[in-house]
Design a binder for this molecule. Structure first.
Ligand code: ATP
Ligand code: ZN
Length: 226
């Protein structure tokens, strides 16, 4: 049985690139919180909308498990974990509701500076390091390219220098990190930004109205920002 709740719970990144802008957006929507000391849970004051401060990677799982109702997370993380669930045959329970206009980046394939880049065919038989194995595999399959995906949870950009991979598939914003590692971006797999993720099926309790209210306010704030 589904839990009936009369408060809405939103998961955002505790720190990192999305933490402050996520909180600022929700504040601009008129939300405020009584800070809790442990700063994992913030109790909503003016509206019954609470915050859960977590690692960004945990947000899709928290949504899937119904621990939170909405989440602010990079499209890259949401899509990767959705692909993982699809792969495992699990039905999707969360989807992108709004693009939020911050945390912009690209999921790019990058190759060593000294490669004479001719096109995707060049990746055939290569080892490509990435923290986004599902998105990379899906793209490779779509291109009909057989390559080895080397899953690394961090420091992807040094993999070629360490001899772990020939190329990388990583998040890029300015490109400075790639350049510092003698890599150059050659293809974009995904254009990403922070998104509001929420349920595929509507709530059947008080959360439905709270979510509508929040979405209306958020749309107003986002329109003003453009
Ligand atoms: P956490 O401790 O919460 O797991 P993290 O280190 O995984 O943090 P951040 O580096 O803060 O995460 O990145 C969060 C999100 O910011 C990324 O998933 C991505 O959507 C976005 N982002 C924007 N620009 C970049 C970039 N240059 N590199 C990495 N992520 C970026
Ligand atoms: Zn993370």
């Amino acid at each position: 049985a589904k839990a009936v709740r009369d408060r809405l719970r939103i998961a955002i990144q505790k720190s990192g690139r999305l933490g402050d802008p996520s909180r600022a957006l929700l504040t601009a929507c008129g939300l405020d919180w009584r800070e809790s000391r442990d700063r994992l849970f913030c109790y909503g004051e003016s509206l019954p909308v609470d915050l859960l401060l977590v690692r960004d990677d945990d947000i899709p799982g928290l949504l899937a498990d119904g621990v939170c109702d909405l989440g602010i997370v990079g499209r890259n993380v949401l899509d990767e974990q959705a692909a993982e669930r699809e792969q495992a045959g699990v039905v999707p329970v969360a989807k992108e509701l709004r693009a939020l206009g911050f945390g912009g980046c690209r999921l790019d394939i990058a190759v060593p500076d000294d490669w004479d880049w001719q096109g995707p065919e060049q990746l055939r038989g290569c080892r490509i390091a990435s923290s986004y194995p599902q998105l990379l595999r899906r793209w490779l399959a779509g291109q009909g390219i057989d390559a080895e995906v080397v899953m690394l949870s961090g420091s992807v950009e040094i993999a070629p220098r360490l001899g772990q991979a020939d190329a990388v598939c990583d998040l890029v914003s300015s490109g400075a990190t790639l350049a510092a590692n003698q890599l150059k971006p050659v293809l974009t797999l995904l254009r990403s930004e922070a998104v509001l993720a929420g349920p595929v099926a509507p709530f059947a309790d008080a959360r439905a109205e709270l979510m509508q209210l929040l979405l209306r306010r958020m749309d107003g704030v986002l329109r003003l920002r453009h």
